[in-house]
Design a protein around this ligand. Sequence first.
Ligand SMILES: Nc1ncnc2c1ncn2[C@@H]1O[C@H](COP(=O)(O)OP(=O)(O)OP(=O)(O)O)[C@@H](O)[C@H]1O
Ligand SMILES: [Mg+2]
Length: 224
Amino acid sequence: MIQLHDITYHYPDGTPGLSHVDLTLHKGECCVVTGPNGCGKSTLFRVLNGLAFPQSGSYLLDGQPVTERSLRSRSNAAAFHRRIGYLFQNSEAQLFTRSVEDEIAFGLWQLDLPEEEVHARTEKYLRMLSLEAMRHRAPFHLSGGEKKRCALAAVLAMEPEALILDEPLGGLDEEGQQWISDCIRSLKGPDRLILLATHSRSLADSIADRRLTMDKDHRLYSAE
Ligand SMILES: Nc1ncnc2c1ncn2[C@@H]1O[C@H](COP(=O)(O)OP(=O)(O)OP(=O)(O)O)[C@@H](O)[C@H]1O
Ligand SMILES: [Mg+2]
């Protein structure tokens, strides 16, 4: 589904993010990326989500190049974001509506789903992430772990083919970690690609079909 070939990326200030990264991801697999702080996991995810464009190398989604130019077309960008759901490492960067329920419904309205479907999915994911009691609260005023659950609900509600989750357990208490780990495991299936970055060994051990690791030189390796 996703193919990266020889991707190198550095930030505008010259900081290196990715060095000669090759990666092939197939539908149906769950792939876990680990590596030390600053090795480039979030940078890799930004590239995969079309938020950063590498200086060299190629990115193909089902054989079609994903470039700054291709995503400039609104219809291409909409189709792309429909297929790939992205949970940011920092949930605050992701939450922007006035209530938890609006946060979940917002993306669904963008999909042009019928009103009943938007309401049904909003209720389903409020329930799945145990957010019903805080549905009218402002996402910005939730605790760190609650924000993570709200952002995850909004991403999952889109029911994308590929889920790219950056530190989904970040800021969660032990019970929350267990519970979100179980929730993510339940999303594995033959039609879904899951790629996640985590510092949690137990999540990585319990969910990964394939392990990748990045080193401090921003290179990506198979950890098998
Ligand atoms: N906006 C930015 N501008 C400049 N440099 C950045 C920016 N964002 C990240 N970096 C740098 O790029 C490198 C890779 O960062 P990245 O966030 O991808 O690491 P990471 O593997 O996700 O780390 P962590 O485990 O802490 O989440 C680091 O050296 C980081 O300081
Ligand atoms: Mg990161």
